[in-house]
Ligand binder design. Structure first.
Ligand SMILES: [Zn+2]
Ligand SMILES: [Zn+2]
Ligand SMILES: [Zn+2]
Ligand SMILES: [Zn+2]
Length: 344
């Protein structure tokens, strides 16, 4: 019987040694938090576990520099546990049966002391995880945190990356106390073109081109020069309008061969005074004419026949008759007188 117990004990011993080596995986207990924290501010650290086999109990002991941090709170975030506690130094959790829990397990809130030394410090949580009597091996990973000034003492901005014509650059300044640096963007500079030179003259009808070059990156840019439009001179009469034909006005561009023409409307005839070219008689009509001052057009007007002069002609005949009668009477008187004398 003693031999049996001795054997059993040795088997158990072998098992307890060999189980961690062969059966159980190694759990990783890590801390996650912000990478930087300022003096006087609080830092929330989440303790996580990964690759952890089923377990029944777990104990965590947060570990941090007491010159840097003071504890605010610590609490388990795992649920459905049989018991949980945290006494300010150690925390424990227990389940009635084995559970598999990976992810966040414990939340630790630390406050950075106002006079904490700036620079890097680390936070970790040591852990003991057990499944009954079996201890699950744990690998602990520390979280490095940088403690920075509550108010930085920055130096001057210095160029970190030169801005170019097209790409933004950056400037950086560093705190002389904690080494924290800040960067800010510097806008792309834009091209710095020199004077544009005409590479193709504009004409009256075609656009020209001027070219300019950036003195930083040599980028070429072209700008259109607007066509100038014709520079027409005064209208000139190339053909005067007449009474019968339209005239033409023309103007020429001073810079090219372009011409423009315009029609001058025909002018009206302009007749002068009517002039008698043939007198009318009693039997034939006369003719009056007026000539156009500008062309050969003639306007004619007929002069009606002259009416006979009735009164004048009658008087003339009357006087001839009277004269003739008087002569006859005189002759008779002379004859009568002559006959009387003969008788005497
Ligand atoms: Zn600083
Ligand atoms: Zn440029
Ligand atoms: Zn022109
Ligand atoms: Zn005319």
């Amino acid at each position: 019987m003693k031999k049996f117990f001795a054997l059993l004990l040795s088997v158990m011993l072998v098992l307890t040694i060999s189980i961690p080596a062969f059966a159980a995986g190694t759990a990783t207990v890590a801390c996650t938090s912000a990478n930087e924290v300022k003096q006087g501010e609080t830092l929330t650290v989440m303790v996580t576990v990964s690759d952890c086999d089923p377990f029944k109990s777990m104990a965590v002991t947060p570990s941090y520099d007491k010159k840097v941090f003071e504890l605010v709170s610590g609490e388990w975030v795992l649920t459905e546990a049989m018991l949980t506690n945290f006494n300010g130094t150690n925390g424990a959790i227990a389940y009635s049966s084995a559970v598999t829990k990976n992810g966040n397990i414990f939340k630790l809130v630390l406050k950075v002391k106002a006079d904490a030394p700036v620079g890097k410090t680390s936070v970790k949580a040591d852990a003991v995880i057990k499944n009954g009597d079996t201890t699950i091996p744990v690998k602990v990973t520390a979280k490095e945190v940088k403690v920075t000034c509550s108010t930085h003492t920055f130096g001057d901005w210095a160029v970190a990356k030169e801005a170019t014509c097209t790409a933004a650059g950056s400037e950086k300044r560093t705190c002389s106390v904690c080494g924290v640096s800040e960067t800010k963007e510097v806008k792309a500079l834009g091209h710095n073109y020199g004077k544009a030179t005409v590479t193709k003259e504009a004409t009256c009808t075609e656009n020209g081109v001027s070219t300019k070059i950036c003195d930083r990156c040599n980028k070429k840019a072209t700008v259109a020069i607007k066509a100038t439009d014709h520079a027409f001179g005064e209208w000139e009469t190339v053909k005067a309008a007449t009474c019968t034909e339209e005239g033409t006005l023309e103007r020429k561009c001073a810079n090219c061969d372009a011409t423009e023409t315009q029609t001058i409307a025909k002018i009206d005839h302009e007749f002068g005074e009517m002039q008698v070219v043939k007198e009318a008689t009693e039997t034939e009509t006369g003719l009056k004419e007026a000539k156009c001052k500008h062309c050969s057009e003639v306007e004619q007007e007929t002069i009606p026949c002259v009416a006979p002069v009735a009164g004048g002609v009658d008087d003339y005949l009357l006087w001839i008759i009277i004269g003739a009668a008087a002569v006859v009477v005189l002759v008779i008187v002379i004859v009568v007188i002559a006959k009387k004398k003969k008788k005497d």
